[in-house]
Ligand binder design. Structure first.
Ligand SMILES: [Fe+2]
Ligand SMILES: [Fe+2]
Length: 156
C-alpha cells in the first residue's frame, strides 16, 4: 500500500481532488479531530490515497470521479464529534449518524450525485446495517476508511 504514485497517477489524483481541496468548506475539516492528532482533512486525504491505491491494485476498474470525491467527502460532517454530548441511544451516536450529515453537506456544497452520496452514506458499514456498499467505489472507500482509521489510531 506504500508504493509511491507515479507522476501520471499523482497528476490524475490531484486534478480530481483540487476543486475540493481548494474549497473553504473542505479546508474547515482541518479544524476537527478524527483519530488521535489526525484532523478530519488529513484522515480524508489518507482515505482518498488508500482508495486510489486499492483501485490500482484491483485493476483500475472504478470511476475515479466517484471514488475520489466520495473519499474526500466521506467524513464531511463539519463538526467536532468530541464536543457532542454522548448519547446512549445507538442510532444517535456519531458513528451511526455522521454519514448522513456528511452526505447532506456533500449534496448542499458540491451537488454530489447519487453515486458519490452512496459512497458517503455506506462508508461505516457494517455499523450502519442497512447502508450496504453496493458498488465498487463504495466498497473501496469503506475498506480504505477502516484501514486508515486503524493505522491512525495505532500511530497515536
Ligand atoms: Fe466516517
Ligand atoms: Fe473516515
Amino acid at each position: 500500500m506504500k508504493r509511491k504514485l507515479s507522476k501520471k497517477e499523482l497528476r490524475e489524483f490531484t486534478d480530481i481532488l483540487e476543486p475540493y481541496l481548494s474549497d473553504p468548506k473542505v479546508k474547515e475539516m482541518r479544524n476537527y479531530c478524527a483519530h488521535g492528532r489526525i484532523s478530519v482533512l488529513q484522515h480524508s486525504m489518507n482515505v482518498a490515497r488508500t482508495a486510489y491505491r486499492l483501485d490500482r491494485l484491483f485493476g483500475k476498474k472504478t470511476d475515479l470521479n466517484v471514488l475520489l470525491p466520495g473519499a474526500i467527502l466521506h467524513d464531511f460532517y463539519l463538526y467536532d464529534w468530541h464536543d457532542k454530548p454522548l448519547s446512549i441511544h445507538i442510532f444517535r451516536m456519531h458513528g451511526y449518524t455522521h454519514p448522513s450529515a456528511a452526505c447532506e453537506n456533500a449534496a448542499k456544497f458540491f451537488h454530489a450525485d447519487e453515486k458519490v452520496q452512496e459512497v458517503i452514506r455506506c462508508h461505516m458499514w457494517p455499523l450502519t446495517l442497512r447502508s450496504i456498499p453496493r458498488h465498487r467505489e463504495a466498497v473501496l472507500v469503506c475498506i480504505a476508511d477502516k484501514l486508515c482509521a486503524l493505522q491512525e489510531t495505532l500511530q497515536r
